[in-house]
Design a protein around this ligand. Structure first.
Ligand SMILES: NC(=O)c1ccc[n+]([C@@H]2O[C@H](COP(=O)([O-])OP(=O)(O)OC[C@H]3O[C@@H](n4cnc5c(N)ncnc54)[C@H](OP(=O)(O)O)[C@@H]3O)[C@@H](O)[C@H]2O)c1
Length: 249
């Protein structure tokens, strides 16, 4: 049933070249969706993801873009419409993490963190709202730190926090076209994104906070994104915390 629901749909995946976004791109394509794989700096990952999809008989194109630039966000969706005739699903997996005390955080770091985690996320939702066909789906990636009380992640958790409100407002504003808008906020995920900011001791602590003493895996999150993009359309305006019990609220 799910496959039928993705077949011939057009999906834009922000950060769709690697890690979680790469898996989402491949999963959608395997189910018959046409995928626009956005990438920022990782051209070779994007090429590999698109090539893998095409070799398996699927359809995909890649588009480079710095999504902190609104013009690049618009060009991404424009490419989807020009290439495949419309867009049905928009998943934004882009983000940037920084673990640093408030007293040491520079203005430049603050601007960079809010640029990608908040501004880019906002204009991605805006452009999706303009471009999506009726009954489309918009899914953004947050973080389970939004349900935590911790130090060090002020510009990361703080930068992702506005997305909850962008999601709620967009869910109301796009509801008349049947477009659902949600945020998926995973626990610490076993990708290079996570490890750069953490010590081995802290990694063990993060593991100890979830079921089975483990981190979240991209394979835990992918089915939830797929569900929201298909049968899960009755969810809208929500933030979900798939994290094995790491945090809740
Ligand atoms: N890994 C975790 O522990 C974890 C936990 C909870 C939530 N998340 C969230 O899950 C999402 C996916 O994370 P991931 O672990 O799969 O890591 P990832 O692959 O590194 O995802 C981040 C993506 O954002 C892109 N990006 C960064 N700056 C950009 C910019 N200015 N313009 C356009 N794209 C930009 C990156 O591209 P470049 O690398 O080329 O810059 C990359 O494709 C992120 O939103 C993250 O915040 C991650």
């Amino acid at each position: 049933m799910t496959d039928t629901m993705l077949r011939d749909k057009v999906a834009v995946v922000g950060g769709g070249e690697k890690n979680l976004g790469g898996l989402v791109s491949r999963t959608f394509a395997e189910a018959g969706a046409k995928v626009v794989v956005h990438y920022h700096r990782s051209e070779s990952d994007a090429e590999q993801t698109v090539k893998g999809i095409q070799e398996a008989g699927g359809q995909a194109v890649s588009v480079q873009g710095d999504l902190t630039k609104v013009g690049d966000v618009r060009r991404l969706f424009e490419t989807a419409v020009d290439t495949y005739g419309g867009v049905d699903i928009a998943v934004n997996t882009t983000g940037m993490v920084l673990r640093k005390p408030i007293l040491e955080t520079t203005e430049e770091e603050y601007d960079r963190m809010f640029g990608i985690n908040a501004k880019a996320a906002y204009f991605f939702i805006q452009e999706a709202g303009r471009r999506l066909n009726d009954h489309g789906k918009i899914i953004s990636l947050g973080t389970s730190l939004l349900a935590a009380f911790t130090d060090g992640y002020s510009t990361y958790a703080g930068g992702k926090a506005p997305l909850e409100h962008f999601t709620r407002a967009a869910a109301k504003e796009f509801a008349d076209r049947g477009i659902s808008v949600n945020m998926v906020a995973p626990g610490p995920m076993d990708t290079p994104f996570f490890y750069g900011q953490e010590t081995p001791e802290r990694v063990e602590f993060h593991k100890s906070q979830a079921m089975g003493n483990q981190l979240t895996h991209i394979e835990d999150i992918n089915p939830i994104i797929r569900f929201l993009a298909t049968e899960g359309g009755w969810f809208t305006g929500q933030t979900m915390f798939p994290n094995g019990g790491y945090t809740t609220r």
